[in-house]
Design a binder for this molecule. Structure first.
Ligand code: SF4
Length: 377
């Protein structure tokens, strides 16, 4: 029987090369109006023994891969040919471990949505065991909710850091109390600040996720201005931008349907992004747009020095004639463009322009752009 261990469904894009190790199942909160990831699932804890058994299985898989490599004349190395070989075997969990080793075997992401809900001493025990069994590991990261972090003392977080937890990813989403309440985040702006400061004080790297457009039309300015204030108070190591997508079957989609929430336009979201970045002040954070759901994925840089360059990308989009803005929005959502310069390819540009004409004649341009945007997960 093939070796296997338990894994959850998601990880941050920055953890694409990481080994995924499941500490708890699903989300203990599960109420955020925009989120559909665990909506049909129930939260449950895993025991330390179960998790250690999974770590043992992964260590066993590493040995097995070495053996296969020797048997196939690759000298125990995990090279490209080995990856192809394992992929073709159809054992996708073994392939996950092989890809991880191929990428250096250095990073691990602890799943699912809020691993630190486990007892701190249990997480410390798991981290120690993980490093003992898989000595190549150098970076271990996880998601955590602000409300959970606020129940952990700085000493506890420091102990987690000492045991090897290198980074915590927090879904702040907004710094506006109105928006946080409306989307049922289960945390206020002040609670986000306290949690963020605790993590910073512990020496663990902190990544805060912000959702552009989450204020909709109603709280547009407030969402961005209050979010900038909270980020300025925390000074996280990373600010990661996401854009709102309204997935079917989410509570937010119901609110849109009922008229309680009106989505911001593409241009409105970009104007909000500008306002947010403009008001980020006195912090040295890396701002990252590492998701294809963002219209302007090229807005990336280190604050404060790259702020003018990031604003310049946004201003370049905002200065486009209306027709060209529509062209970029449709082309980006359609997957034809990635960055603004992609519009300089005249054949692609004309192809998108023809589609814009057709959709506008039908009166479905905005609807189509919104539909394509909301397909991104
Ligand atoms: S805490 Fe995270 S995973 Fe849980 S419902 Fe909210 S966004 Fe979804």
């Amino acid at each position: 029987m093939a070796l296997s261990f338990e894994q959850g469904p998601i990880r941050p894009p920055s953890e694409a090369a990481s080994l995924l190790l499941r500490l708890t199942r699903n989300c203990p909160w599960n109420k955020c109006a925009f989120c559909k990831t665990f909506k049909k699932e129930t939260f449950s804890r895993r025991s330390v023994e179960e998790i250690k058994k999974d770590i043992d299985t992964i260590a066993e898989m590493c040995h097995l891969l070495k053996k296969i490599s020797h048997e196939n004349g690759f000298g125990g190395l995990l090279n490209r040919q080995m990856l192809v070989l394992v992929y073709e075997s159809g054992d996708f969990q073994l392939f996950h471990v092989a890809s991880w080793l191929y990428n250096g075997g250095k990073t691990v992401f602890l799943q699912d949505a809020n691993s630190l809900v486990m007892k701190t001493s249990d997480v410390v025990e798991i981290l120690n065991y993980l490093k003992e069994r898989l000595p190549s590991v150098e970076r271990i990261t996880t998601y955590a909710r602000s409300s959970t972090l606020n129940r952990r003392s700085v000493e506890e977080l420091t102990a987690l850091g000492r045991a090897g937890l290198s980074r915590i990813h927090v879904g702040m989403e907004s710094g506006s109390d109105q928006v946080l309440k409306f989307i049922e985040k289960g945390a206020t702006a002040q609670q986000h600040i306290e949690a963020g400061k605790r993590v910073k004080e512990s020496g663990i790297s902190l990544s805060e996720y912000i959702i552009l457009g989450l204020g909709g039309k109603r709280w547009a300015r407030e969402h961005e201005l209050e979010t900038a204030k909270v980020l300025n108070a925390i000074a996280p190591d990373f600010i990661r931008l996401r854009s709102l997508t309204v997935g079917k079957e989410t509570p937010l989609s119901q609110k849109v349907h009922n008229g309680e929430f009106e989505e911001e336009t593409e241009e409105g979201v970009v104007r909000g992004e500008r306002l947010l970045i403009e008001h980020l002040d006195g912090i040295q954070s890396n701002l990252i747009s590492d998701h294809s759901m963002n219209l302007l994925e090229e807005v990336n840089g280190k604050l404060p020095e790259d702020k003018p360059a990031m604003m310049a990308v946004i201003d370049r989009f905002l200065a486009l004639p209306e027709r060209e803005k529509q062209n970029f929005s449709l082309g980006k959502r359609w997957g034809i463009y990635r960055v603004l310069d992609d519009m300089l390819d005249s054949s692609q540009h004309d192809r998108v322009a023809a589609a814009v004409d057709v959709l506008e004649k039908k009166g479905t341009l905005a609807e189509t752009i919104s539909f394509l945007k909301n397909q991104v997960v």
